[in-house]
Design a binder for this molecule. Structure first.
Ligand code: GUN
Length: 173
């Protein structure tokens, strides 16, 4: 998809195509549409990130709360978005053994209890064996630092999803 086509999209079309760049948070794409035209993929990405950064803390936490747990209830119920399903499956999180799943459920619950939002990790840049260790490591963080890290992960996920939609080579991101 080229930028000329993106810039010509009406509001409904833009939100349909880019509405899940930020997981289950189409409001971000809805706000970004008003900023068109975009010069290239990086420019579009900058507008997504700038909108997130412009939110008050409650809004940034709200974005995190729109994410499902990794290997959590939504995955079990088949209720993930297509993007999240693909990312979690690619990381091997759909093929956990019972003990691995139990460990992740427990860590996810502890993380949520400590920070008030779910553990978000760019699953495509990770793997099932690395996820529990990373979760346990981030559980030790201070809340303000962890909020920043979690939002950086949201941005990594968004960058990869935009690259999928716009046909950039992810190796060059
Ligand atoms: N990493 C990539 N996709 C997702 C997701 O849907 N949820 C969480 N928690 N992390 C992700």
């Amino acid at each position: 998809m080229d930028m000329e086509k993106v810039n010509a999209m009406d509001f409904g079309e833009f939100v349909e195509v880019f509405g899940n760049v930020i997981e289950r948070c189409p409001l971000v794409a809805a706000a970004v549409w008003s900023q068109r035209p975009f010069s290239d993929r990086e420019d579009l990405e900058r507008h997504f990130f700038a909108f997130i950064d412009s939110l008050p803390q409650s809004g940034r936490e709200g974005i995190l709360r729109c994410h499902p747990d990794l290997a959590g209830r939504e995955l079990q119920r088949g209720a993930l978005t297509a993007e999240s399903q693909r990312e979690q499956s690619g990381a091997g999180l759909t093929r956990l053994g019972p003990e691995e799943r139990r460990r992740l459920l427990e860590l996810n619950a502890r993380y949520r209890a400590r920070f008030g939002f779910p553990f978000v990790l760019a699953a495509r840049l990770s793997h099932r064996e690395a996820v529990p260790a990373e979760l346990a490591r981030r559980l030790q963080r201070q809340p303000a630092q962890e909020l920043r890290t979690a939002l950086d992960e949201v941005k990594k996920i968004a960058g990869l999803r935009l690259a999928d939609l716009l046909g950039a080579d992810p190796a060059r991101l």
